[in-house]
Structures are given as structure tokens and as C-alpha cells.
Design a protein around this ligand. Structure first.
Ligand SMILES: NC(=O)c1ccc[n+]([C@@H]2O[C@H](COP(=O)([O-])OP(=O)(O)OC[C@H]3O[C@@H](n4cnc5c(N)ncnc54)[C@H](O)[C@@H]3O)[C@@H](O)[C@H]2O)c1
Length: 512
């Protein structure tokens, strides 16, 4: 057990407050809980008793230990109950004025050395601290829901926070079995900032009509493979789980806090669906419909069966990093390879663009026969679950269907997109890396800590910097430059951190 603090107070008995109480009481600390609503405190105590009873039933903890843990938890009707606490953690409603009033009131009952932290997810820790007489003892402790299971906490320091406060908070978290990651007070800290790519870029692609949301979910779950792992949930499944009433305001808040930075621009689709009350699982309908906690099958979202594998297709593959690999795949799928310097008039034209769209890649070629294959992720014969192809607006349906049948001939599922710079996987992964490198560039936290926070906080197969290293910094740079060129949208401009490391052949985890 950590001795960083001896008696801990928690304000707010909601979802987060009760989780924080459980975490520290289980780690051996005495914890006092206060909420302005006595009923909320009683509900939290009832919930904690049930939780410990279940843990005992499952054999996770001994009955004695559960009883001792519960005995360490007390409640207080007023803030006076915190007298003698050397740490108070605030987890009340997400409103700056209410938090500032509370922090001021806490200073009246605590000794000047006691530490006060906020679990805010989107407000400025510095602005909350500004209301205090002793801002040097104020910091952020950003936990994730459910607190006992999400074993990561961002330990946030503002410009006036005493560094020793961050060390003590980190020690306490580590003693309770959590991984602390120290970061600077900036909009979204690490995890909510790094999360501004997966959902928003997918919404952007949806808004461009590239494909439907169910297909984007399938692509990010099945096509993306990083160290053998994809994303556990697609972006729209995740938005439904989190609730659009939580996610959309976070997207808007980070966008505005960064003074309308194009990288973080939210989607009008999110705003519309929020206005329509399509919040997600909690109301039974979001992007998907739910009944009894399960997704209701919707035939309109089912993937259409691939056309039968065509015979006698001649395929020409444009020059690119995977020309040989794509040729051998096509041969394995039953096509004849056209090895000419230019495609013959009856060949399917296969392109493998990075960052640019199929239209841009098909310059000088007969766009009616062009189909682009995403080669960023494994695409080999019987070596992938899903392949992703896209067409130009001029591609004829017959050539599209021939390519679709061909690429599905070994049993892989195939997504067929309308033209998009960076398909789906390239643009979403490149944006994750772009935002991650922006966070590193701002020195919000140490590079390895950024990756740890994102892996544990968002459950990605790898942190953004490691993800960029695995794909290759220069390929990520090429994708972003391609997207930037095609769209002229400043959203896609590469960060200086990425450009420099790609040019110098360094890891994205390299600090300087
Ligand atoms: N829910 C999450 O996933 C999550 C994750 C990370 C951070 N957070 C942040 O944690 C904080 C709490 O979130 P939550 O989901 O637990 O909220 P919640 O609505 O479940 O609970 C908030 C509790 O605070 C009490 N409260 C409100 N004003 C109070 C005051 N002045 N004094 C004492 N008690 C007061 C309410 O009665 C309520 O019981 C927010 O700042 C939120 O942004 C939430």
C-alpha cells in the first residue's frame, strides 16, 4: 500500500466517485465520501456493498478483506467530514463554476498542504485551480469508467501545480495497481485528445459518402491488423456505447479549445443525430438499434454477397511498393497478369495508392477500368479477413463487380468504397498517428506515456506513436501528404514531429 496519502476524501457519489472510492478503499486507504444528495451517497454505498459481495462470490477477494474494505469507507453529510484528509478527489457535475465554488469551499476545511484534484474530463484544471488560494496543491486525476477495471489514470499538472504533488499522486495510483501517466493540462489531456481521430475521421468519411457506417465498422475491426490485432469495436459501435450526448460535446469542446483547429473539426452528422436523440445504446437507438442490450439485426446494414469469382480476367498492376505482391495475389485468385508497361485495352487496372484517391492515382490511365486496392494492411492470398477496394466515379460497374468477385475469390470479405483519399483504414490510422504526434510535439507527456495512455485508455491495438512506427513514419507522411494534396484541407497537414522523424529515419517515439 502506498503511504503517499493517509486519508482520502471523494466528492460526488456518481459513476466515477463510487469507482474511485472502491479503488482506494481496496488498496487500503480510509476514504470519506460526500455528495450534496444524501440519496446518491446511500445508492453509492449500496452499490459498493453489492460489488464486494459479487467479488467474494466469484472468489476474487476474501469475505474478511471485503468487510475490512467496506469498514474503511465512511460518508459525510457536509464538507466538514473532510477535515484531516490529505487528499480530496472531486468527481461532481462537469461545470466550471460549480467545481470552482466547491474547490474554494474545500480550502476552508482542509489544511494548506492537503492536495485537491479534479476528475474533470474536459475542463481546464488550471481554470479550476485559479479559484483557489493555494493553486500549487491543485491537480487533475483523470480516471476512466469503470475506474477499478480501467487501470490507467492521467495525472495532470497545470502551470502552477507543484511537481511533488504529481509525484505523490502517481505513487498513490501505482500503489492501487493503476498506471499513472503524468501530463500537462491541455484540452483533452492525452486520451481524449488522442481519441479525436478514430471517431471524427470515420464520421468525416461517412459524411463524404465513401461507404456506410456499418461497413466502416467492419473495415476498422477486420481490415486493420496491427501486430495481429484490429480495433475491438468499430467507431460507430463505440459512439453508440459512449453515447453521442457525451462524445459530440467532447469533440466540439476540444475543437473550440484549440481555436478551431481543422484537425479536430467535428462532423455535422454527430450534431444532427444528437439533436434527433439518437444517443446510442442508452436510449435503444444510435447508429444501430438495441433491444435488451443486444444489437437488433438490420438487413439493410448486412453486407451484400460478393459476385461470383470471374474467370479469364487479365489484370494490370500499376507500379508501387506492393506491385509484386499484388500481382502474385491476383494470380493466386485466378487472374492472368498483364506485364505490359501500359495496360492492354482489355485489362482490369489495379492501383495501390497511399493517401491519394483512385481518381488522382489513375491519371493517364483509362479510369473506366480502374479499381484501387488498399495495401496498407495485410492483403495476401488467404492471409487476411477483409480486403478494401475503391473505384473512381468513372469506373464501370462491370469492372467494379469483376474486381469485387476476384478479390473475394479466396474467401476474404471485400468492402467496396466510393473514391476516398486514403480509403478508410489509411485515413483513420494516419489521423490517429497525426494527432498522436501533435500531442508529442506539444510535450503534453513523454512519448512512451502517450502510447501507454492511449493503449490502456482507448484499448487501441497500439499507441499512436508505436502504430506509426509499425506502419512506417514515411508511409504515414506520404498518406497525410496525399490526403492534403487531394483535399487541400489543413486537417491533413502532417505535424512537424512526424515530418522530421520520417525525414531523419527516426522512431516516432524518439524525443529530443
Ligand atoms: N462518466 C465517465 O465516463 C467519466 C470519465 C472520466 C471523467 N468523468 C468526469 O467525472 C466527473 C463525474 O462524472 P460522473 O459520470 O461520475 O457524474 P454523475 O452525474 O454520475 O455523478 C455526479 C455526482 O455529483 C453530485 N454533485 C453534483 N454537484 C455536487 C456538489 N456541488 N457537491 C457534491 N456533490 C455534487 C451529484 O449529486 C452526483 O451524485 C465529471 O467531471 C465527469 O466529466 C466522467
Amino acid at each position: 500500500m502506498s503511504l503517499a496519502f493517509s486519508k482520502i476524501g471523494v466528492v460526488g457519489a456518481g459513476a466515477m466517485g463510487r469507482g474511485i472510492v472502491q479503488l482506494f478503499a481496496q488498496a487500503g486507504s480510509s476514504v470519506v465520501l460526500h455528495d450534496t444528495q444524501p440519496a446518491a451517497m446511500q445508492a453509492a454505498l449500496g452499490h459498493l456493498k453489492d460489488t464486494f459481495a459479487k467479488l467474494v462470490e466469484k472468489g476474487k477477494i476474501e469475505a474478511d478483506a471485503a468487510a475490512q474494505t467496506l469498514a474503511r469507507i465512511s460518508t459525510g453529510e457536509t464538507l466538514a467530514a473532510f477535515a484531516g484528509c490529505d487528499l480530496v478527489i472531486e468527481a461532481i457535475v462537469e461545470r466550471l463554476d460549480i467545481k470552482q465554488t466547491l474547490f474554494k469551499a474545500l480550502e476552508d476545511v482542509l489544511s494548506p498542504e492537503a492536495v485537491i484534484v479534479t476528475n474533470t474530463s474536459s475542463l481546464s484544471v488550471t481554470a479550476i485551480a485559479a479559484a483557489c488560494r493555494h493553486p500549487q496543491r491543485v491537480g487533475g486525476y483523470h480516471f476512466f469508467n469503470p475506474v477499478p477495471l480501467m487501470r490507467i489514470v492521467e495525472v495532470i499538472g497545470g502551470p502552477r501545480t507543484d511537481p511533488s504533488v504529481l509525484t505523490r499522486l502517481s505513487d498513490l495510483a501505482r500503489g492501487a495497481g493503476h498506471t499513472p501517466v503524468v501530463c500537462q493540462d491541455t484540452p483533452g489531456f492525452i486520451v481524449n485528445h488522442a481519441g479525436r481521430a478514430f471517431g471524427p475521421e470515420s464520421l468525416k468519411a461517412l459524411g463524404e459518402g465513401v461507404t456506410g457506417y456499418a461497413d466502416i465498422d467492419r473495415i476498422l475491426r477486420e481490415h486493420v491488423q496491427v501486430g495481429g490485432q484490429g480495433f475491438k469495436l468499430g467507431p460507430f459501435e463505440l459512439l453508440d456505447l459512449t453515447g453521442l450526448d457525451v462524445s459530440h460535446p467532447v469533440m466540439e469542446s476540444i475543437y473550440h479549445q484549440y481555436y478551431e483547429e481543422a484537425r479536430y473539426k467535428p462532423s455535422v452528422i454527430g450534431a444532427q443525430r444528437l439533436a434527433a436523440g439518437l444517443l446510442g445504446r442508452k436510449v435503444g437507438e444510435g447508429f444501430y438499434r438495441y433491444s435488451g442490450g443486444n444489437v437488433v439485426a438490420d438487413p439493410t446494414l448486412q453486407e451484400a454477397a460478393a459476385p461470383a469469382a470471374p474467370t479469364g480476367v487479365r489484370a494490370w498492376v500499376a507500379r508501387g511498393e506492393h506491385q509484386a505482391g499484388v500481382r502474385s495475389l491476383l494470380e493466386g485468385l485466378g487472374a492472368t497478369i498483364d506485364n505490359g508497361a501500359q495496360p492492354s485495352p482489355d485489362s482490369l487496372i489495379v492501383l495501390t495508392p497511399l493517401g491519394i484517391d483512385a481518381t488522382e492515382a489513375s491519371r493517364g490511365l483509362d479510369a473506366r477500368r480502374v479499381v484501387a486496392l488498399d495495401t496498407l494492411m495485410p492483403f495476401g492470398l488467404r492471409a487476411c479477413k477483409r480486403r478494401v477496394i475503391m473505384t473512381t466515379p468513372a469506373t464501370e460497374a462491370a469492372w467494379r463487380d469483376r474486381a469485387h468477385g476476384l478479390f473475394a475469390a479466396d474467401g476474404a470479405r471485400v468492402s467496396v468504397l466510393r473514391d476516398s483519399p486514403g480509403f478508410i483504414s489509411q485515413r483513420v490510422l494516419a489521423m490517429i498517428v497525426a494527432v498522436g504526434t501533435e500531442i508529442a510535439q506539444q510535450r503534453v507527456a513523454a512519448p512512451a506515456d502517450i502510447d501507454t495512455a492511449v493503449r490502456l485508455g482507448l484499448g487501441y491495438p497500439a499507441g499512436p506513436l508505436t502504430l506509426g512506427d509499425r506502419i512506417g513514419p514515411s508511409r504515414i507522411l506520404e498518406i497525410l501528404e496525399g490526403m492534403h494534396k487531394v483535399t487541400a484541407d489543413p486537417r491533413y497537414r502532417p505535424s512537424a514531429w512526424l515530418r522530421r522523424r520520417a525525414q531523419l529515419g527516426l522512431s516516432l517515439l524518439n524525443d529530443d
